[in-house]
Design a protein around this ligand. Structure first.
Ligand SMILES: Cc1ncc(COP(=O)(O)O)c(C=O)c1O
Length: 345
């Protein structure tokens, strides 16, 4: 079977020829000593985009989440997040190990909770309870289906957090997808968060890394954790340059991925045996169900035709990204139509 359209994840994007050329020519230095000009430039760019004092380049998004929690929490504290959030399912229990924190999980449609639910989850100031020190918001929601946290909801949560002295953290793995789709300046999200990061290695197409931004004081503490965890690098400019290239060239084009996701979603909506909440497709992630418990079979049949999707707790998930062009989306659309009619018509 030849893989023709890979909708498995936007983490699979590969650096383009132009990005590789830019990387090959990057100026480099000793990153651990703060002497890598390309890393420093990338961090300045992200701090500026998010309107923060400073930023730090990290090898992964996971490390950005965990360093933030470690800076914000005392051991025994509690972090509030949605029950589908990445740190709960895919970070190997790191918050318990590194920050020494526990997690309070909230419900809410599409990975998004309300300010009331957040307020209800805040612990009393009682020595029997863990103390709530962080609220963590995933923009866009990954397992929630790429949904966008509206700015207004973020503001409401920030108001509650401020009243209780709780730090605001954004897992911005796909925040730029949200910014492009919602037409929101990333700095408008940034203003509400004590720590906020973007991933370079998802829809932006760079091979490695995330950049975590915050106040000068927060970033200084984050650098200690980066060193402590072995996240400091040497001539990292060679990979950071991929991030610079991505920020300069690949942000606005995320809109294409969103258009492609909509094409897939509208096709899925019309097929026998398939169901989807069209309202729930905000960005580049398409979650859909297959009737009669036949999701696995549907995914297998798509794969036989060269279209790869992923499986998620009974649902199927297709993620659009910069390595999938319009012709590939047209092929995926036809393959979905053909497979649905073979199975359900
Ligand atoms: C919402 C979210 N947060 C964090 C991460 C972790 O990012 P990384 O793979 O760069 O560690 C991911 C990765 O898929 C993600 O989807």
């Amino acid at each position: 079977m030849e893989l023709k359209v890979d909708l498995f994840s936007d983490t699979g994007t590969r650096p383009s020829r132009e990005m590789r050329k830019f990387m090959a020519e990057a100026e480099v230095g000793d990153e651990q000593l703060g002497e890598d000009p390309s890393v420093n430039r990338l961090c300045r760019m992200v701090a500026e985009i998010l309107d923060k004092d400073d930023a730090v380049y990290l090898p992964s998004g996971l490390m950005a989440n965990q360093i933030s929690y470690a800076v914000h929490c005392q051991k025994g504290d509690e972090i509030v997040m949605h029950k589908t959030a990445h740190p709960i399912h895919f970070e190997s229990g790191a918050a318990a190990v590194i920050a020494g924190a526990s997690i309070k999980m909230l419900d809410g449609e599409g990975g998004i909770f309300t300010a009331e639910d957040f307020e209800g989850a805040i612990r009393d100031n009682d020595y029997h309870s863990p103390q709530t020190s962080v609220v963590s918001i995933e923009q866009t929601t990954n397992l929630g289906g790429g949904r966008i946290w509206p700015l207004e909801r973020i503001k409401e949560i920030a108001e509650v957090a401020a009243q209780h002295g709780i730090k605001m953290h954004m897992d911005g793995a796909r925040m730029l997808n949200a910014a492009v789709a919602a037409g929101v300046d990333p700095a408008d999200y940034g203003q509400y968060f004590d720590s906020i990061w973007i991933d370079l290695s998802k829809g932006l197409g760079a091979p490695v890394g995330s950049v975590l931004a915050g106040s000068a004081e927060f970033i200084e503490k984050a650098r200690f954790w980066k060193q402590r965890l072995g996240g400091a690098m040497r001539q990292a400019g060679i990979i950071a340059a991929g991030g610079i290239y991505a920020l300069e060239n690949n942000i606005e084009r995320l809109a294409e991925d969103h258009e492609h996701a909509r094409m897939l979603a509208e096709t899925i909506k019309e097929q026998p045996g398939l169901d989807i909440d069209l309202e729930g497709v905000d960005t580049n992630i398409v979650l859909f169900s297959v009737a009669d418990g036949r999701a696995d079979e549907f995914a297998d049949r798509l794969l036989e035709e060269g279209v790869r999707v992923s499986r998620m707790e009974g649902l199927l998930r297709a993620v659009t990204h910069l390595d999938v062009d319009r012709d590939q989306i047209r092929y995926a659309v036809k393959t979905i139509e053909k497979t649905a009619s073979q199975m359900f018509a």
